[in-house]
Design a protein around this ligand. Structure first.
Ligand code: ATP
Ligand code: MG
Length: 228
């Protein structure tokens, strides 16, 4: 069986990752593909429990090493139970955040030693690297405005109704995150594509689709993007 395709969405808060992950899945499903949409931290019952602990504003203070180990504990379960079986079955896997977020939040902005990040990534993710990473880039302030607006419209008691531990940090922190994602994209241009997230949702979705169809060509089942 042809192994599936692993696509990740990365970028700062409110950039549009979850919106675009959903739209891309709908488009691929419309072409007859079997698509799994999942997220990090999360994606399995255990990983969702870890997510709650990591994002809760009242979780006790802990350093970047403890934090990274928690993310990788969740990721190990997610890879084993969801991502690898789906890819082995030939499904498309779209993941809303993945290792680049750990790289940016814990290493780039959080001070986690580079060697520690590389070691964890090598041990846990190993060969299950995304074939394509869409980095949705947006001005940090605009992302925060969107996240705030979304919380305002979220129903009372839902898990997005209050700012999480990361959303509460200041604008300088969010600008550091943005630079971190852009640095990864620059270092790995074969894997990463930077998309302008400030445009209207449909324009961003069109740019995402252009990137996906260019990367996967005939496998998308859509008209080939190039005629040469
Ligand atoms: N291109 C866009 N233009 C305007 N609003 C947008 C756009 N994309 C998403 N939004 C809106 O902005 C808010 C945040 O979008 P979304 O939840 O997709 O971002 P996210 O990157 O997943 O955020 P988070 O990191 O907090 O999970 C939502 O209310 C969404 O409807
Ligand atoms: Mg989201």
């Amino acid at each position: 069986m042809t192994p599936g395709k692993f696509i990740t969405f990365e970028g700062g808060e409110g950039s549009g990752k979850s919106t675009q992950a959903r739209l891309l899945a709908e488009r691929l499903r419309g072409l007859g593909h079997d698509v799994v949409v999942t997220r990090e931290p999360g994606g399995t019952p255990f990983a969702e429990q870890v997510r709650q602990l990591l994002l809760a504003p009242d979780t006790a203070p802990h350093g970047p090493v403890s934090e990274a180990l928690m993310f990788y504990a969740a990721r190990a379960d997610h890879l084993e139970k969801v991502i690898r079986p789906a890819l082995a079955a030939g499904r498309w896997v779209i993941c809303d955040r993945f290792s680049d977020s750990t790289d940016v939040y814990q290493s780039h902005a959080g001070g986690l030693d580079r060697a520690m990040f590389d070691m964890l990534e090598h041990a846990i993710v190993a060969a299950t690297r995304p074939s394509l990473t869409l980095v949705i880039d947006i001005d940090a302030r605009l992302g925060q405005e969107r996240a705030t607006a979304r919380r305002g419209s979220a129903s009372r008691g839902s898990d997005s109704a209050a700012a999480d531990a990361y959303e509460r940090r200041d604008i300088v922190y969010h600008e550091t995150l943005r630079r971190g994602f852009l640095a990864i994209a620059e270092a790995e241009p074969q894997r990463c594509l930077v998309i302008d997230g400030a445009k209207p949702i449909d324009n961003v979705a069109a740019a995402v689709w252009a990137g996906v169809s260019e990367r996967f060509g005939a496998d998308t089942g859509a008209a080939a993007p190039r005629t040469d």
